[in-house]
Design a protein around this ligand. Structure first.
Ligand code: NAD
Ligand code: TYD
Length: 339
């Protein structure tokens, strides 16, 4: 099988490519990635020489370019990870979120239609459900929870989800959607909570906690998310949405304190800063459907996953230090300059 993975130079897409090429070495994986600030080609260095892997530097909104890759590769499946993904950036500049997350999704699905109704999977987020109150721990997001977004990021992802469902109903495109909770693990760009706190701790820099740090996120180890997507793509029911999460809710401040403790630093590094505008209070996924239909369960407990993640950042200092210095943006020339 040939599979097109968009956004594979990013956090989850990169982890997915590593996972997929190990689990299904017979498959061909073609990565389409624009290499925005969030794309880091060094994440893909371990697979660059694999004959079953191809990297294409391409914008998913570039219709002609995307159609050409489909023409050349004749994919069986497309998994769309590519997105602008950072809520704070969406508050500053929503335009690019609408372009990539909505227009890009439409372009990928148009290509799927044009080349024989290709199987399409949309990687979405629990943020499309908005948030839950902090004082109602009995409430969870199910697949039936209404879409009710808060940020330009989540609104653009919700727009994309609606389009995916429309392409299924209108054109019969064979689609599935996964809505996952917050991921953590290797190759996570150090602007997001967990990698930012690890990097700042290691550099003895202040740890900026928004508001009072009481907001709750439901954390899942990235490899468990990759396994869920692989299962949905192979065994999921066409036209369906699957929530993915592992009942692992934690307040931001508790995560920050845990990282400080693991790294033997002082809580004096914590700096409370102005809260994010429209800050979602709590996310919490009910994963009953994917468990009952596909037998998926998270395998990595948070206590183990966070230790593994911290160790990865300790062992791969170069990876994140080159992001902080900006050096990573020269990777494309290094990898492809003389090819
Ligand atoms: P990321 O920001 O780390 O990576 C995004 C990747 O997409 C980058 O490599 C970037 O270069 C690429 N990209 C951006 N715009 C592009 C464009 N126009 N054309 C081609 N490539 C483009 O994001 P992530 O955290 O890996 O998230 C991947 C997907 O998973 C996103 O769709 C996101 O909404 C979703 N998601 C993320 C989380 C999370 O906790 N990170 C949770 C649930 C769902
Ligand atoms: P983030 O990693 O940006 O993911 P999301 O907003 O998509 O859930 O943020 C996770 C939580 O951490 C969120 O409640 C905002 C908070 N946060 C901080 O307190 N400080 C920070 O520097 C960052 C990046 C996030």
């Amino acid at each position: 099988m040939t599979i097109i993975v968009t956004g594979g130079a990013g956090f989850i897409g990169g982890n997915f490519i590593h996972y997929h090429l190990k689990k299904h070495p017979e498959d061909r994986v073609v990565c389409i990635d624009k290499l925005t600030y969030a794309g880091n080609l060094s994440t893909l260095v371990p697979v660059m020489d694999n004959p079953n892997f191809r990297f294409c530097k391409l914008d998913i909104c570039d219709r002609e370019g995307v159609f050409k890759v489909f023409e050349e590769e004749k994919p069986d499946t497309v998994i769309n990870f590519a997105a602008e993904s950072h809520v704070d950036r969406s508050i500053d500049n929503p335009g690019i979120f609408l372009q990539t997350n909505i227009i890009g999704t439409a372009t990928m699905m148009d290509s799927c239609r044009a080349f024989g109704n290709i199987r399409y999977h949309q990687v979405s987020t629990d943020e499309v459900y908005g948030d839950l109150p902090l004082d109602r721990p009995d409430l969870f997001f199910t697949e039936e929870t209404p879409i009710h977004t808060s940020s330009p990021y989540s609104s653009s992802k919700a727009g994309a989800d609606l389009l995916v469902q429309a392409y299924h109903r209108t054109y019969g495109l064979p689609v599935t959607i996964s809505r996952c909770s917050n991921n953590y693990g290797p190759y996570h760009f150090p602007e997001k909570l967990i990698p930012l706190m690890i990097a700042n701790c290691l550099n003895d820099k202040p740890l900026p906690v928004y508001g009072e740090g009481k907001n709750v996120r439901d954390w899942l180890y990235v490899e468990d998310h990759c396994k869920a997507i692989d299962l949905i793509v192979r065994k999921g029911r066409i036209g369906e949405v699957y929530n993915v999460g592992g009942h692992n809710e934690m307040a931001n401040i508790d995560i920050v304190k845990l990282i400080i403790k693991e790294l033997g630093k002082s809580e004096d590094l914590i700096t409370y800063v102005t809260d994010r505008k429209g800050h979602d209070l709590r996310y919490a996924i009910d994963p009953t459907k994917i468990h009952q239909e596909l037998g998926w369960l998270p395998e990595t407990k948070f206590a183990d996953g966070i230790k593994k993640t911290i160790q990865w950042y300790l062992d791969h200092r170069e990876w994140w230090e080159e992001i902080i210095s900006g050096e990573y943006q020269h990777y494309y020339e290094k990898m492809y300059g003389n090819r």
